[in-house]
Design a protein around this ligand. Structure first.
Ligand SMILES: Nc1ncnc2c1ncn2[C@@H]1O[C@H](COP(=O)(O)OP(=O)(O)OP(=O)(O)O)[C@@H](O)[C@H]1O
Ligand SMILES: [Mg+2]
Length: 237
């Protein structure tokens, strides 16, 4: 598998707080890579740096051979690096359809938008049923599905997700992970940040453990599921 994104020496600070302390990782084309770690480890900060939403203090982010460092968040989305809105920040007073259409607004290939909408309905039949309803009336799980659907409408080459399982019932979490697997099988590269370590490692080909702004462990998802240090720290022994 070829490298789609290579991150080297990434540093991010908030004032005096060094949230990310010079980390290296790579995302391979067609794989699910996960970044796991506890509260405050720097996971969200790392994702925000990839999207250009926080300024990095050092290091480089190279996507498909291009340094993203100088690009605006808007341009980064146009390159195909698309983050699912955190906390499912969907627009609750707009309809499901309007939310999905908004996802496509940065695209130039307008003619393909209809087909992609159909694909989102195939993945999430529930959204099609609720198409003209207000997004705010959806359940938490449906809102997360809408947030993912909206990101897919931007035609990502790399999908970034920040804790998509947060606050959802276990059965809905299973469904979200099943769909992530499905869209990955269709060829989409995924970078998944999770506190739900076990679930994330199960679906990830490659995994990194972030502790206090540094990468503490890395390996395949299957390797880390068996790693004593990780089991002790994150999987309750
Ligand atoms: N806007 C901010 N201003 C100042 N400090 C921040 C800001 N955002 C995050 N931090 C700090 O940076 C560190 C990393 O936070 P970050 O949100 O990236 O961690 P996280 O791994 O995503 O945690 P969580 O699991 O709670 O989402 C923490 O010490 C946090 O308090
Ligand atoms: Mg976070």
């Amino acid at each position: 598998m070829s490298t789609l994104m290579k991150v080297s020496g990434l540093k991010v600070a908030y004032g005096h707080i060094e949230a990310v302390k010079g980390i290296d990782f790579e995302l391979r084309e067609g794989e699910i890579t996960t970044l796991v770690g506890s509260n405050g480890a720097g996971k969200s900060t790392t994702l925000l740096a990839l999207s250009g939403l926080v300024k990095k203090n050092g290091g480089s982010i190279v996507f498909d051979g291009e340094d993203l460092g100088k690009l605006s968040p808007h341009k980064i989305v146009q390159r195909g690096v698309v983050q699912v809105a955190e906390g499912r920040a969907i627009l609750t007073t707009m309809t499901v359809r309007e939310n999905l259409e908004l996802g496509a607004y940065t695209r130039k290939d307008r003619s393909a938008v209809g087909a992609d909408l159909e694909h989102v309905f195939h993945l999430f039949p529930r959204l099609k049923e609720r198409l003209d309803g207000m997004a705010g009336n959806l359940s938490g799980g449906e809102q997360q599905m809408l947030a993912i659907g909206r990101a897919l409408m931007a035609k990502p080459r790399l999908l970034l997700l920040d804790e998509p399982s947060m606050g959802l019932a276990p059965i809905i979490v299973q469904e979200i992970f099943r769909i992530l697997r499905e869209i990955n099988r269709e060829g989409l590269t995924i970078f998944l940040v999770e506190q739900n370590v076990r679930q994330a490692l199960k679906i990830a080909q490659r995994a990194y453990v972030l502790e206090n702004g540094s990468i503490a462990l890395s390996g395949s998802g299957q390797e880390l599921l068996k790693d004593d240090r990780l089991v002790e720290a994150y999987l309750g022994g």
